[in-house]
Design a protein around this ligand. Structure first.
Ligand code: NHR
Length: 204
């Protein structure tokens, strides 16, 4: 979330993060947002008896800010079909794997157990089927021999920040579209794959 706010600002894009909404009181993003003059609201899922009740209030709170897009960042509650349809084609997530590999939780553990040599993250539109929506961009990192889920997560995190921040800029610039077969196109952009250059790599 911080990477997105900072990228929109740094790149001088005429769009703002209008609000940060969290489902847990201790989400560090709430305090960070308020410190940076961004509206921040808590909708605590624990206060609701059903997922539908929580999602209805979440949608009401978000709608009041009239956002063009809703970006999930570290949001860990599966959203109901009603919520997803309400924000159809405006709801985006980043998932810490190269989808369609390793949907669900504990993705770094899943990648190590599978023996893959590349891991990564996927920014995608959210659909009712969890971790299955149209892919906007992906970033990769190598898997190293001694990796643990933690070391792999640490290597991936800066790539997640780069990829999601770039996608936020494309969305803000109105470049992102879905075609009739629900594939993503980003106007004027040919490369939607990201990797961070290894140390020592020289720019041309
Ligand atoms: N909701 C829908 N409908 N579709 C998606 O693609 C969604 C979604 C909600 C969140 C993020 C996703 C991720 O990036 C996301 C994508 C949490 C769970 C989960 O199992 C699954 C996917 C994601 C996030 N949540 C448990 C639940 O019962 C709670 C787990 C916990 O609290 O730790 O909601 O990985």
């Amino acid at each position: 979330m911080r990477a997105i706010v900072q990228a929109l600002h740094t790149q001088g894009i005429q769009a703002q993060v209008c609000a940060v909404v969290a489902n847990t009181r201790d989400a560090p993003g709430l305090a960070w947002a308020r410190d940076h003059g961004i509206e921040a609201t808590l909708v605590a899922h624990a206060d609701y008896a059903s997922r539908e009740g929580f999602d209805r209030e979440l949608a009401r709170v978000i709608d009041a800010y009239q956002p063009h897009y809703v970006l999930l960042a570290g949001f860990m509650r599966i959203l109901t079909e009603g919520f997803v349809e309400h924000f159809r084609d405006r709801l985006v997530n980043i998932h810490p794997s190269l989808l369609p590999l390793f949907p669900g939780l504990h993705t770094h553990r899943q990648a190590l157990d599978a023996g893959v040599q590349w891991h990564g993250c996927t920014v995608h539109f959210v659909t009712p089927a969890v971790d299955h929506g149209p892919i906007i961009a992906q970033g990769v990192v190598p898997v190293l021999a001694d990796d643990t889920p933690e070391s792999l997560a640490d290597r991936l995190l800066p790539v997640e920040h780069q990829v999601y921040a770039q996608v936020a800029c494309w969305l803000a610039e109105g470049r992102v579209a879905l075609d009739a077969s629900r594939r993503v196109h980003v106007r004027g952009i040919s490369t939607r794959s990201f990797m961070i250059a290894p140390p020592g790599a020289q720019a041309e």
